[in-house]
Design a protein around this ligand. Structure first.
Ligand code: FE
Ligand code: CA
Length: 527
């Protein structure tokens, strides 16, 4: 990732040492050097960068940061002067300067370095930076005369810290189905961290403008690398999404639409798509990596391991799951909303949502001293089977033995206060987590965030039926939005922010309901 010498230099100097960017008269890329002290009156932009051979502003897709830990965080951008047409750059690689500062005007530059934007990976930039702990850091990128927007990021708190944290969860942002008003409200709320739970893009074709389609996709269904890149560029052209990325670090996982609806492993939704599907998935995974601020090496083949652990001081041990890449194919022909049991396949013990390796990883990493044990998860985990009938074979109900193993293995570690945060289903919901063997014993709470913009899948008339299911504590199917979680040592509070009408720009955002869980209890209080 980038030029190792510059990063090592900066890391070796340590986050507490102020590193002033130095002027160079020759236009070269000299590295910053240690300065005499923190009170140097350094000018804001102090390096001259070499000219480049492209025209046009390259930072059209904004900036982002993500995957913070105690000592570093990843910052991201992509050079794309012509973002909707492959990016607009050729086969050359470019060096991009990054700078971090303690203030948004960059009067106090804390460090800088160069990272290569390679043609191989769409001229995306992933740089690891080490700002000071405990305060926000400002970052930007520069190339030639161009400077990116400024982003704000932060490290996780020191080990053991139980200071409260505010985390927004979001998912499902179909560009055609609505505006990103939810992100406008999220930026105003200014959480410390965003956890994105999948369906960042949708793969479908152009669409037709009508009452429920307010914006168009930029191509037919996407199937190759350039098409996936151009789709990410379309979504990231939205200024509200860019603002949300610039606001704070994100933890991102994926669901199905980053590749194709309801795919499972290397099995596409439609058998007709099987030929060439591995290459298509590889292209989709690569484009996802190129556009996300993730602490992951780029993919080298058709697979990309993204499940990972994020700890937030002594407060949270979060396991970020991948419920798509390793799952068995949906049972019973991927049935949806069938009230009569279609077949017995879903109950086969060997079937897995996460694959054996990831299931074992959960069992190994759930144990921690953190107060809250969190799964960042794709599809609904709450058991909403009606007798033997499964309402949605794509959810954990279609993989019940796998869910039982996960919940039992977490319980066996002694991990406390299980909270699962989930997206996928385009509705707001709260559920209690149970196993097949102990269907009335709650193991923890699931907070299902509604979609940012993707249209609701479930008719409003079925809302009361959902709420009547024994494990569903509450549900609201009609609105788009996100969930703002305020987490302290003794309380988890989830504010469900909903957009009045995501089909209209600038629509009002209000709180649907607030749900509270006390540490040490699985009871949910509705406010
Ligand atoms: Fe979705
Ligand atoms: Ca989905």
């Amino acid at each position: 990732m980038g030029q190792p010498i510059s990063r090592r230099l900066f890391l070796a100097l340590g986050a507490s040492v102020v590193v002033a960017a130095c002027s160079t008269d020759d236009g070269g890329r000299s590295e910053p050097g240690p300065d005499s002290g923190p009170d140097t009156a350094a000018p804001t932009t102090t390096t001259t960068l070499p000219p480049v051979d492209f025209t046009g502003y390259p930072f059209t897709l904004g900036v982002a940061s993500g995957d913070p830990n105690e000592s570093s965080v990843i910052i991201w951008t992509r050079l794309a002067p012509d973002p909707l047409n492959g990016g607009g750059l050729g086969d050359l690689d470019y060096d991009v300067r990054w700078e971090i500062a303690s203030d948004p005007e960059f009067t106090d530059i804390l460090g800088s370095g160069d990272t290569t934007a390679s043609s191989r990976y769409g001229h995306s930039v992933h740089a690891e930076i080490s700002p000071p702990t405990g305060s926000p850091a400002y970052y930007r990128f520069r190339i030639a005369e161009h400077t990116s927007p400024v982003g704000v990021t932060r490290l996780t708190p020191a080990a053991g810290s139980t200071d409260p944290v505010r985390i927004a969860t979001a998912s499902c942002q179909n560009y055609t189905d609505g505006f990103y008003t939810a992100y406008d409200d999220m930026v105003a709320a200014a959480p410390d961290l965003v956890v994105f739970l999948g369906d960042y893009i949708y793969e479908g074709g152009v669409g037709t403008l009508d009452e429920t389609t307010v914006r168009l996709h930029n191509s037919d269904e996407i199937k190759d690398l350039v098409a996936y890149r151009d789709r990410y560029a379309l979504y990231k052209s939205d200024p509200l999404l860019q603002a949300a990325h610039a606001m704070c670090p994100w933890i991102v996982t994926w669901d199905d639409h980053e590749v194709e609806n309801n795919y499972a492993g290397l099995t596409p939704q439609d058998a007709a798509d099987t030929v060439g599907y591995a290459a298509r998935r590889a292209a989709a995974y690569q484009a996802w990596w190129e556009h996300m601020p993730v602490r992951l090496d780029p993919p080298v083949d058709e697979s990309l391991a993204i499940y990972r652990q994020v700890t937030w001081g002594g407060l949270i041990n979060m396991l970020v799951l991948d419920g798509r890449q390793y799952r068995d194919d949906q049972a019973c022909g991927d049935a949806v909303l069938q009230l009569s049991p279609a077949c017995d396949e879903a109950a086969v013990a060997e079937r897995s949502m996460l694959g054996a390796e990831q299931e074992a990883w959960v069992a190994e990493n759930a144990a921690s001293d953190a107060i809250w044990t969190v799964l960042a998860n794709q599809t609904v985990m709450t058991d909403i089977r009606v007798g033997a009938a499964i309402l949605n074979y794509d959810q954990w109900d279609g993989y019940a033995p796998s869910r039982d193993r996960i919940l039992d293995s977490i319980a066996a570690t002694g991990a406390t206060n299980l909270v699962v945060v989930t997206g996928d289903i385009h509705l707001a919901g709260v559920g209690q987590l149970t196993t097949t063997a102990e269907p009335t014993t709650s193991r923890g709470v699931e907070f299902v965030t509604t979609s940012i913009s993707s249209s609701g899948n479930i008719d409003a008339s079925t809302e009361s039926l959902l709420i009547a299911l024994p494990n569903i504590i509450d549900a609201e199917v009609a609105h788009r939005g996100y969930t703002l979680h305020t987490i302290s040592a003794d309380t988890w509070t989830a504010d469900y922010r909903i957009v009045d009408n995501a089909l209209v720009e600038g629509s009002a955002v209000t709180t649907w309901k607030t749900f509270t869980v006390k540490a040490g209890s699985v009871a949910v209080t509705i406010g």
